[in-house]
Design a protein around this ligand. Structure first.
Ligand SMILES: [Zn+2]
Ligand SMILES: [Zn+2]
Length: 158
């Protein structure tokens, strides 16, 4: 009996990031075999990265992490951004937060409420080692960086 309990403990399901594909007949739910329901979190969902196209992928993800963690420090936008560029970034973060206000929630609350216990999907590429899903607690330099990683981190932190 004691052994059984130990076994079961190790089977706690780890949420994963999975990759959505344009292949015909592709089923998101079939990608990952861990049995968790999958939610797509790319654009144009509320969770999608609103900063796409406003900076390098790295920068937009820094901003994404900032806004989804509940803050906005203007210093995250580089000095070399002109005022009009800054305004676009600021408006993007403002609209992102406003989208969640419709639910009377912060992005962080929404992630914890609706995304916890789910696999999260996006178009961003996963490396060959993670085609079946990247566990949220694994960092991988070969997988493309993605906003889903931050959402997974937020909704799986206590
Ligand atoms: Zn990987
Ligand atoms: Zn992505």
């Amino acid at each position: 009996m004691a052994v059984r309990v130990a076994e079961r403990k190790q089977q706690v399901t780890t949420p994963m990031r999975v990759q959505r594909k344009r292949t015909k007949g592709f089923k998101l739910q079939a990608v990952c075999s861990n049995g968790l329901p999958t939610v797509y979190v790319g654009r144009p969902t509320k969770y999608g990265n609103p900063f796409n196209g406003l900076g390098t992928v790295e920068l937009t993800l820094v901003w994404y992490r900032e806004v989804v963690s509940g803050g906005w420090n203007p210093k995250v936008v580089p000095d070399y951004y002109a005022d009009w560029q800054y305004r676009l970034v600021y408006e993007a973060q403002h609209n992102f937060v406003a989208g969640f206000r419709e639910w009377n929630m912060t992005p962080q609350d929404a992630a914890r409420t609706y995304l916890r216990g789910h696999d999260l999907a996006c178009w961003c590429a996963l490396c060959p080692a993670h085609t079946d899903g990247k566990p949220f607690d694994v960092e991988c330099a070969d997988c493309a960086p993605c906003n889903a990683d931050f959402l997974l981190a937020i909704c799986n932190s206590s």
